[in-house]
Design a binder for this molecule. Structure first.
Ligand code: SF4
Length: 57
């Protein structure tokens, strides 16, 4: 894995995810994977991508 951006901060507000640090509104993982959703190409930005690293609490 490329470690160039190892210190990047991933801001997130998905409170149902076990990786969320709710006090700081950031992801606790060093890296995440973003994937296209099954509804990709709808033209609506909210439909195009999702966090594939999500894990329910
Ligand atoms: S894994 Fe994804 S959804 Fe969960 S806190 Fe990190 S960025 Fe947010």
């Amino acid at each position: 894995m490329n470690q160039e951006n190892h210190n990047q901060c991933i801001h997130c507000d998905v409170t149902s995810c076990k990786h969320l640090n709710e006090n700081q509104h950031v992801c606790s993982l060093d890296a995440i994977t973003v994937a296209p959703t099954p509804m990709a190409y709808s033209g609506n930005p909210a439909d195009e991508s999702m966090c594939k690293s999500y894990s329910c609490k």
